[in-house]
Design a protein around this ligand. Structure first.
Ligand SMILES: Nc1ncnc2c1ncn2[C@@H]1O[C@H](COP(=O)(O)OP(=O)(O)OP(=O)(O)O)[C@@H](O)[C@H]1O
Length: 313
């Protein structure tokens, strides 16, 4: 792994009264697949669009291979390729023409452009749609077209904003493979996602963002290790949520827990020992346990631990 590809320094972005990103500091290493993980509105897109010089920071700066996005935008744009969250094109463009034009713009020869466009379109199952017009394409197909641009460009910094939202499962796997290949060929890849499966599957390091702020940073395993105790006891129950809260809050050593839909996840030390105590407390309070499991934390648990929220909110 090389030096820094991206250095985000005291970066704040406001839109009127809204603070979209609040004093973000982050380094992304050259050659890694880095993830920004957070629910809608956490500031991921704003960060990526500023990195790609679409927005200017309100304060602070972002450096791409040492070049400032505020002062050296032209240079920064040479390094960066971005697949936007919302694909846009002229209504009458056809996918093939659009990608061919894009390939020429980023430097392919006429024959090289045809070759790479066909290869990428075939791998993303876009070839059959090549002669349609943009307005005739489904949301998922438009999204694939947007991603195809970056795969053709092979920029030094490849940015994907929620790449697999709206995309079918088979294509998701093909895309993840192609993203890894991009990295293997030397690109630094930055992915914004609210899909913990995607984050866990492809990202080597993650920044957890929530409400414009960085909440945690590290490799997935490191983030999981930061949950004290490291056990999660999950109980499916019948009964009142308020009774469950009362029971848990009266027990020593029970720290954080989250409840949804008659399911409670409790974060604690020594899950096996504690589970026995929890079972008897539940039964004393007439709460019926339908199922109990002791698990390793998931990325969703990590997110909850650092933000008090779930990714699905
Ligand atoms: N152009 C804009 N004008 C006004 N407010 C904006 C603009 N862009 C983003 N925001 C606000 O900034 C905050 C962060 O939005 P942002 O799109 O960066 O989050 P996100 O994590 O990418 O979420 P999503 O997955 O929904 O895109 C939100 O409150 C959003 O409403």
């Amino acid at each position: 792994m090389g030096g820094y590809a991206v250095e985000i320094r005291n970066f704040t972005k406001r839109f009127g009264p809204t603070v979209a990103v609040d004093n973000l500091n982050l380094d992304i290493y050259e050659g890694e697949i880095f993830g920004l993980l957070g629910p809608n509105g956490s500031g991921k897109t704003t960060t990526l669009l500023t990195l790609a010089t679409v927005y200017r920071p309100t304060s602070g700066d972002i450096y791409v291979f040492g070049h400032s996005v505020t002062r050296e935008g032209d240079l920064v744009r040479r390094f960066v390729g971005i697949a936007f969250q919302e694909p846009k094109a002229l209504w009458i463009d056809t996918p093939y023409e659009l990608l061919l034009w894009h390939a020429r713009v980023v430097g392919y020869s006429s024959s090289g452009a045809k070759e790479v466009v066909r290869e990428v379109m075939e791998r993303l199952n876009l070839w059959e749609h090549r002669k349609k017009q943009f307005y005739q394409l489904s949301g998922g197909t438009r999204k694939k077209l947007e991603i195809a641009k970056v795969l053709i460009q092979r920029p030094r910094i490849a940015i994907f904003d929620e790449p697999t939202a709206q995309v079918d499962v088979i294509t998701k796997h093909a895309l993840w493979d192609m993203i890894r290949e991009l990295r293997d060929e030397g690109s630094t890849v930055i992915v914004a996602t609210n899909d913990m499966f995607e984050a866990e599957r492809i990202c080597e390091r993650l920044a957890i963002m929530y409400k414009g702020k960085l909440r945690a940073l590290g490799r997935v395993e490191e983030l999981k290790d930061k949950i004290p105790g490291g056990d999660v006891v999950e109980i499916h129950y019948e009964g009142d949520e308020s009774t469950v809260r009362r029971v848990l809050e009266s027990m020593a050593d029970v720290g954080k827990y989250q409840i949804s839909d008659h399911r409670v996840r409790i974060y604690l030390n020594k899950g096996e020992e504690k589970a026995v105590e929890i079972i008897s407390s539940f039964s004393r309070s007439n709460l019926k346990i339908k199922k109990i499991m002791i698990q390793e934390p998931t990325l969703d648990d990590v997110f909850f631990y650092f933000t008090g929220a779930t990714l699905r909110e």
